[in-house]
Ligand binder design. Structure first.
Ligand code: ADP
Ligand code: ZN
Ligand code: ZN
Length: 696
């Protein structure tokens, strides 16, 4: 009876080809329902009927042009079905099928679906985020089918491969031994240990077997150097995908990857969504870098998605870093990943020596102790380069009236303006708003306005005065807006004459400056006392990465750290015992406090221009969540965000922390539609951040 009814209803819904078990359409007349996602914040797909007189089979991954309200949109088919929540007479027809073959294969579609469910973000927007602009607009794609079989996989390298040292060889062998199946490796190699050479040789092996490799790097500033290096070895079958490309360049690079024309894809975060014809290996360089996490909109972690992608595609993945994230380290130490170590610097370079300069009671000149200035001088005398690290751009973070105490403040953020001098203005580093420099106090008309505190511009000026003969290169977000300029600067530095480099964390990331023998950290104190539970981890990573720029060439390197807290225990572990012990100690502390990676978090943020609204919204969220809360999850908040006001909006947050990841996701799956139905939903801007890294 049941069978009969079921058959009957199926018959009623779809008259043809139902029992072929495929989700493709076989008859132009049949009533299959095509589920399409478009770029909207609605967490659902939309049902359409196939176009009339269709001859092609419709399947998931094809773009279609559909009527949507009064507009026509390009959408992507995510499913074909025999059912709809609407009556068939209400369904509109697809206007046009754009593609002859799917833009994304079944595995990529699974990746998008997983990402949408894991990050609780609308599938349509996940997919649109992953498409180059031309693809979103419906531009015709070349067919990939023909390329798959043709590939030869022969490879001539332009520069010879280096002879690997023992540890590099062990790492390479361990990875090769896993073949082409899924396995996650954490390559923990000290700065300068030759991780890149290991990548290069593995990539060569994969290309020889006819496979493609995707490698992510953290920042756009890193790509030119890496690409140059890779092109030196592999000639031209490399494409780069990063935010500095024009739409056309991006589309071309993406297409070459998808069509199998490019063997190596090097890119920043979003490149993880690049489709590949013959995927063989994924590499995440500097895997600890927080720029792999998108901080706005679709808040995904490219590293975590990459691991899931490797699993889906059943290919190996390597996470490389001198300073692995505690998340990856925990996975490696609990044998979910294989841990591979490179403990020595490759080539002839030795590890730099570390020393603290205790600043307590010492006279400072624009942030420099006498001792530091002497050391800088000594290294310059040897015709070497010196790198000064200060993680704050601009001239001074505060402009204050000496007579009445007034400070220049951005009223939209309730925070002080940073004084910039090289392009003279006051700039708010929260909302990036600018105003002209003022020369008299608006409150008491005094002209005694003092810049307080240090930024890279001020440090640069001080160094110009102290070392007038020496070229100084400042590298921060202000001097590198123009990509070519950064490349020129790096080229100039690597000509090798004596020089001083001043910069923010941009300088810390992966650069190879062989002539730098002294790295000085002007102020280590800021990182020591962060309210963020990851503060110490980030401080340790940053210090070790900056320090790692020292002594990468023939000459031994030195690192000097200025601090008022030279006896601080973690700083001492870091300096005396290195990141390896430092990170294991932090991991134990996290375990005891049951913080990530030993628990799992989701942060619900809300903001509005009226201060009471986000607080009220999050209180409601908390109230309706509470009755459904399993024992494994607790809620903290709502609390004002550390950066309580930005660009005129008040910001609050509510933290969910779970000892069981699956239960956290079950809860969110169940609750998100309820949150969306709250009356305040429309009055605040709110979002869910799964595995949040940034609590500001
Ligand atoms: P990492 O990426 O681990 O920081 P790099 O790959 O940049 O280190 O290597 C640092 C330097 O050591 C580079 O100049 C590289 O050419 C050199 N190098 C790497 N491996 C070897 C090797 N096996 N023999 C000689 N030099 C090497
Ligand atoms: Zn004043
Ligand atoms: Zn502001």
């Amino acid at each position: 009876m049941v069978t009969f009814q079921l058959c009957n209803s199926l018959k009623f819904l779809i008259p043809v080809s139902i029992n072929q078990g495929s989700n493709t359409l076989h008859s132009p007349r049949d009533n299959s329902v095509i589920k399409v996602v478009v770029n909207t914040p609605l967490r659902r797909s939309f049902d359409y009927l196939p176009p009339e007189n269709i001859s092609t089979q419709l399947s998931s991954g094809l773009r279609v042009r559909v009527p949507f309200g009064k507009r026509e949109l390009i959408g992507l088919i995510v499913e074909t079905s025999i059912e709809s929540d609407f009556s068939f007479s209400e369904l509109k027809r697809i206007i046009e099928v754009v593609d002859q073959e799917p833009v994304f294969d079944a595995q990529m579609m699974s990746l998008f679906k997983w990402a949408a469910s894991y990050y609780h973000y609308p599938l349509g927007q996940v997919i649109y985020n992953a498409m180059p602009a031309h693809v979103r607009q419906g531009k015709t794609l070349a067919l990939s089918r023909t390329n798959k079989a043709k590939h030869e996989g022969n490879l001539e390298t332009l520069t010879t491969e280096l002879i690997l040292n023992e540890q590099q060889e062990l790492a390479k062998d361990a990875i090769m031994k896993q073949g082409n199946r899924f396995h996650c490796f954490l390559l923990e190699g000290v700065t300068g240990s030759g991780k890149t050479e290991v990548y290069l040789q593995l990539i060569a092996e994969k290309i020889r077997s006819g496979l493609q490799v995707i490698m992510l790097v953290p920042e756009i500033s890193l790509t030119p150097q890496t690409i140059q290096h890779f092109k030196g070895r592999f000639a031209d079958n490399i494409v780069a995908i990063h935010s500095g490309l024009t739409d056309k360049q991006r589309f071309n690079a993406w297409s070459d990857a998808r069509l199998g024309k490019a063997d190596i894809i090097i890119g920043t975060r979003s490149a993880i969504f690049t489709p590949l014809l013959r995927p063989g290996l994924i590499i995440i360089d500097e895997e600890h870098d927080t720029s792999y996490k998108q901080h706005e909109g679709f808040r995904y972690s490219a590293r975590d998605l990459a691991i899931y992608r490797a699993q889906l595609f059943d290919i190996p993945i390597i996470l490389g870093s001198a300073t692995p994230s505690l998340e990856s380290l925990h996975n490696a130490l609990s044998n979910r990943y294989s841990l591979l170590s490179l403990e020595l610097r490759a080539a002839k370079a030795s590890k730099p020596t570390f020393n603290c300069i205790d600043l307590k009671g010492k006279p400072l000149s624009e942030g420099f102790s006498e001792e530091l200035l002497d050391s800088i001088n000594a290294h310059l005398q040897q015709n070497k380069q010196v790198l000064i690290f200060l993680n704050r751009r601009g001239y001074a973070p505060l402009l204050q009236c000496h007579d009445c105490g007034w400070t220049a403040t951005c009223t939209r953020c309730d925070t002080s303006y940073t004084l910039h001098r090289s392009s003279p203005e006051l700039r708010c580093h929260r909302c990036e708003s600018q105003r002209k420099i003022i020369h008299a106090c608006p409150s008491c008309h005094s002209r005694a306005l003092l810049p307080i505190g240090l930024g890279t511009e001020r440090t640069e000026k001080k160094l110009e005065e102290s070392f007038p003969e020496v070229p100084i290169f400042r590298i921060d977000r202000d001097t590198t807006r123009n990509r070519n300029k950064l490349e020129d600067t790096i080229t100039a530095i690597n000509k090798g004459q004596k020089a001083i480099l001043v910069g923010t964390q941009m300088l810390a990331k992966g650069h190879h400056f062989p002539e730098v023998t002294l790295v000085a950290v002007l102020d280590a104190d800021a990182g020591l006392f962060s309210s963020d539970f990851r503060g110490q981890e980030f401080m340790g990573q940053l210090l070790i990465q900056v320090a790692g720029r020292s002594g990468r060439g023939k000459n031994a390197g030195e690192v000097l750290i200025q601090t008022h807290n030279s006896t601080h225990p973690s700083l001492n572990t870091l300096i005396n015992n290195g990141y390896k012990q430092f990170s294991r100690t932090l991991l134990e502390q996290r375990s005891m406090a049951n913080l990530p990676p030993f628990s799992h978090q989701a942060l619900i943020r809300a903001e509005a221009s009226k201060v009471s609204l986000p607080m009220d919204f999050l209180k409601e969220v908390k109230n309706i969540t509470k009755p459904n809360l399993p024992d494994s999850i607790f809620i903290l908040g709502p609390l004002p965000a550390p950066m309580e006001k930005r660009a005129g909006r008040f910001r609050f947050q509510l933290l969910l922390q779970a000892s069981n990841r699956a239960e956290l996701h079950n809860l969110l799956n169940q609750m998100v539609p309820v949150y969306e139905a709250l009356p305040l939903n429309r009055k605040v801007r709110w979002s869910i951040d799964v595995d949040p890294l940034d609590f500001s």
